[in-house]
Design a protein around this ligand. Structure first.
Ligand SMILES: O=C(O)CCC(=O)C(=O)O
Length: 325
């Protein structure tokens, strides 16, 4: 099966996905492509719920290598270009010492050969292609090291409920997918992902910092206005299990009540056929301001960067052709 570029089309014109849906009979499939990787049951599950867990997808040996590299970064033995290192809001600058305990997340590891291998693993890309088609860009990368919250009880390790599309100035959303891999056993005790099934069918909601007593970590925007009665699923995962989810799916993660640092590695992939949008005048304007402000500080520029440039610089082709993004 070959895929074609997907352009914004007038209502009367069919997209390749419409044609595929019809060829495969009864049910319209908006969120998955037909490439014989997903079973019918898996496709139906993703279409309905907006996420899909694949058990035991990433080998232990790879996870150990990601862990080793993360530790090297924390010890400042390697300093990959463009990498952003985040701390918990409760850790003051004066406390900073290069250690795993001070680092809650590293993001934008596209220049770190060892961590970036995650985004090129055939096991991962095989599934990503079911959502993006064959031209695949790795857009946003993270290794999350959720710290224990048991010491200060401020619950700052929680990640508020949000939709990842809030952060992204590119569309269409159906050609974007996140892969998130557990680097150890993850459950409600150490702060697993929680998802609101089916919410990927809704629209992008306004996000802002939640007013939490203990403070909120940088860029942890959340949704205030979501359906309280929507079912919630806590994703209990083993090392190597990987969840693929839609960027409109409402999700977050809970408090880490253990003494350990809960680790996961993730990448947001998009079809290279997606296009950038201008978020001015939309609910995404607040995140644009924040991201551009941080980038200008990082690169020492005065209001010179725009959101599209930031994304274009860090995006990497991992399969196929860089057609657009
Ligand atoms: O790993 C986590 O705790 C949550 C990550 C997440 O939802 C995100 O970064 O968008």
């Amino acid at each position: 099966m070959s895929f074609h570029r997907l352009h914004v089309t007038p209502a009367a014109v069919q997209t390749p996905r419409d044609v595929q849906s019809q060829a495969h009979g009864a049910q319209a499939r908006r969120y998955t492509l037909d490439n014989n990787v997903l079973t019918l049951e898996q496709r139906k599950f993703y279409e309905e719920n907006g996420f899909l867990v694949i058990k035991n997808l990433v080998p232990d040996a790879d996870i150990q290598r990601f862990r080793n590299e993360f530790e090297k970064i924390c010890r400042k033995e390697v300093k990959p270009l463009g990498l952003v290192v985040m701390r918990d809001v409760t850790i003051s600058k004066s406390e900073y010492a290069p250690s795993e305990k001070m680092t809650t997340k590293v993001q934008d590891f596209q220049e770190d050969k060892e961590l970036f291998r995650y985004c090129t693993l055939p096991e991962i890309l095989k599934y990503v292609e079911c959502f993006t088609g064959p031209n695949i860009m790795a857009m946003h990368t993270m290794l999350i090291n959720k710290p224990p919250d048991s010491g200060n009880c401020k619950k700052t390790s929680r990640h508020p409920l949000h939709q990842d599309l809030h952060y992204f100035p590119f569309r269409p959303s159906n050609l974007i997918v996140c892969a998130w891999t557990a680097m150890e056993h993850i459950d409600r005790n150490n702060g697993c992902l929680v998802v609101l099934p089916g919410t990927h069918k809704g629209s992008l909601k306004p996000h802002d910092y939640p007013k939490w007593e203990g403070g909120v970590n940088k860029m942890f925007h959340g949704i205030q206005d979501y359906e309280e009665n929507n079912a919630r699923v806590h994703l209990v995962m083993e090392k190597g299990d990987t969840v693929f989810f839609h960027p409109l799916l409402i999700h977050g993660s809970g408090q880490n009540k253990t003494q350990g640092f809960r680790k996961a590695i993730s990448c947001h992939f998009a079809s290279a056929d997606c296009h950038y949008i201008d978020v001015k005048g939309t609910s995404q304007e607040n995140i644009e301001k924040e991201v551009v402000g941080i980038a200008n500080k990082f690169y020492g520029a005065e209001n010179s960067t725009d959101l599209k440039d930031i994304w274009m610089i860090r995006a990497r082709l991992v399969k196929g052709e860089r057609t657009n993004l």
